[in-house]
Design a protein around this ligand. Sequence first.
Ligand code: IMP
Ligand code: MG
Length: 182
Amino acid sequence: MAMSILAPDAKISVLFDEHQLAARVTGLAQEIVARMGTMPLLIPVLKGSFIFAADLLRALHVAGAVPDMDFISLSSYGKGSVSRGEVTILRDTEAEIAGRDVLIVDDILESGRTLAFAKDLMTARRAKSVMTCVLLNKPGKLAVQVQADFIGFECPDKFVIGYGMDVAHAYRQLPFVGAVEG
Ligand code: IMP
Ligand code: MG
């Protein structure tokens, strides 16, 4: 499927509503504090994860953490809806990574290339530990060996939008995660 604005007759169905998202983000924050302690350095992968990461940051506060946050923007070269596999840095982090407990935050784990690239990068920068958190885990598409340490939801094999995720830069504003049907 080519990445394009949706056809006028395309339907969006709700996969995970606002309440489900909020409840799961609260649970994730508790799991993260239990395994990583109270001072993780969150590194959201822009742009798709920004709303998830903002909610997770506040849930971490409620869970007793004092997290730090920086951002990285990554792109898979030549990406339509199928990645060709080369990941490039569009905007790099600014924070000192060495010695930190890093939590990479992404919206979706699909081929795994984005997450594997970010993980290797933070390991090479001598993070004390590197863990990964994704809102959605799409099954059956892994091209590299990588697993997320924290997963919000298992996701059906559909193109999803909303809660920060886009199709051709549209629909990020939806307060729920929706699937494009047809
Ligand atoms: P991968 O794991 O490197 O293949 O890429 C995952 C990235 O592709 C995610 O961070 C998203 O930015 C994007 N992506 C994959 N599937 C979808 C989708 O269904 N909707 C929106 N973006 C997606
Ligand atoms: Mg992404």
